[in-house]
Write a protein that binds this ligand. Structure first.
Ligand code: HEM
Length: 416
């Protein structure tokens, strides 16, 4: 194994063009030993990186790959317990409780309950409403104008949809936008202290706001997700507690906003760069859902996820230790030539298209049907409303994130 290959997912080179770096690693070193990390408790462990489709799918389905370190190591092995500073307590507690970061059986119980409320049927019924919201957002920007598509469209559309889905009144949308922006930054791999402090403050504000909304819906249930989440019961008659509802509300907001924003912005960016493809899709709109799948595959809004090893094990003959962390590069799996013919080609009629952008296994994205629907509506409207989409002459900047594939802004010209 060539130990000399270095990989720095926090580097600007990586943010500019992750696919070329990931492509090289996938070919030369599909299992890479990353840096040695030290937890707050003083425990040291290795971070591994997986790049091949087969290894990543196997990992996502493997019950030995866990989310909660306390299920992997004993208290003694975890080292001295570090008290969580009060300034971060709300944030840490809330993240720990989210089902995305939980293992069975807690994850199973939460997921079963929320599955009953967040149904594909509910998502289908939203279609015309999503279209109305999207049209309203584009109304101030007739063809011929130049505007920042991230700021005016890709950012607000999903946050309005989630806020409405949850049952947040229109007048409070801006509050939700502010929280969501900070929460997304907190989820990133590299987070500043200032962001963590802000995140903690936002959790308090969100919880105060949502507690009132939950009280209100307990008294007067409506046709919204909060009311359904309050009602659902599992086979044993169990229900979500108020605290679980609050954590679920934050998770839905965080998991559904930044991600869908990236999907819409990345789709628009790709259309600007492929005018022939944009024309082909205008002529054959039935290919738009397939085009959304290709955007998801080639520019996945979430580039990686991670797990802790619950046992010593080998991947491709390489020994890893219990307690090590494994980064699963979804963005790399999606361009693995062992699974996708001509992986760097955008093919809206690619079938099957088993990209991993929504994950796989027990944590498979709850909001995938909603994201696909929002993505398809947004792309169709952009293509029909604007006969020509081009990038304005401003430098393109990707967010300094190794987790999200996210444009900071996208200035586009929409000439007639
Ligand atoms: C293009 C948009 C989206 C992408 C790319 C995306 C991606 C993902 C991925 C990769 C995971 C699995 C992470 C893992 O296994 O570690 C996930 C889980 C999740 N997503 Fe999404 N997501 C999107 C939109 C949404 C939306 C709109 C919602 C809800 C409103 C949502 C809610 C969730 C939830 C609740 C989970 C956790 C599921 C669990 O732990 O069982 N996502 N998403």
């Amino acid at each position: 194994m060539d130990e000399s290959l270095s990989f720095d997912p926090a580097s600007p080179v990586f943010h500019e063009n992750p696919h070329s770096v990931l492509g090289t690693l996938r070919k030369l070193q599909p299992v890479l030993r990353g840096r040695q990390a030290t937890a707050l408790s003083g425990r040291t462990f290795t971070i591994w990186h997986l790049f091949s489709y087969a290894d990543i799918v196997a990992a996502l389905k493997d019950p030995r790959m866990m989310r909660e370190i306390r299920h992997v190591l004993t208290e003694e092995e975890l080292g001295r317990a570090v008290p969580i500073p009060e300034e971060f307590r709300a944030l840490v507690d809330s993240q720990r409780n989210m089902m995305l970061f939980r293992d069975p059986p807690d994850h199973t119980r939460l997921r079963n309950l929320v599955n009953k409320a967040f149904t594909p049927r509910m998502v289908q019924q939203l279609a015309s409403h999503i279209e109305d919201i999207a049209r309203d957002l584009l109304a101030p920007w007739p063809a011929g104008e130049q505007f920042d598509l991230v700021h005016e469209f890709a950012f607000p559309l999903p946050v309005i949809v989630i806020a409405e889905l949850l049952g947040v009144p229109k007048a409070d949308r801006d509050l939700v936008k502010g929280w969501s922006r900070i929460f997304a930054q907190v989820l990133d791999v590299e987070v500043s202290l200032e962001t963590l402090l802000q995140g903690n403050q936002m959790i308090h504000e969100f919880q105060d706001y949502f507690r009132d909304l939950i009280d209100e819906r307990t008294r007067n249930p409506r046709q919204d997700l909060i009311s359904s989440l309050l009602e659902v019961t599992d086979d044993e008659g169990g229900q979500l507690t108020v605290q679980e509802l609050l954590d679920m509300g934050i998770l839905l907001l965080v998991a559904g906003h930044e991600t869908t924003r990236n999907l819409i912005a990345n789709a628009a960016w790709m259309m600007c760069r492929m005018p022939d493809m944009a024309h082909a899709l205008r002529r054959a709109p039935h290919l738009i859902p397939g085009a959304v799948e290709e955007v998801l595959r080639m520019e996945p809004p979430v580039m990686l996820t991670s797990r802790f090893l619950a046992e010593d094990l080998h991947i491709q003959g390489i020994a890893m230790k219990r307690g090590d962390e494994v980064n699963l590069w979804l963005a790399s799996a999606n361009r693995d030539a062992a699974v996708f013919g001509e992986p760097d080609q955008f093919q809206p009629n690619r079938s099957p298209n088993r990209h991993l952008s929504f994950g796989q296994g027990i944590h498979y994205c709850l909001g995938a049907p909603l994201a696909r629907q929002e993505g398809a509506i947004a792309l169709r409207l952009l293509l029909t409303q604007y006969p020509r989409l081009t990038l304005a002459e401003t430098p393109l900047r990707w967010t300094a994130s190794s987790t999200f594939r996210s444009l900071t802004a996208l200035e586009i010209e929409t000439s007639l």
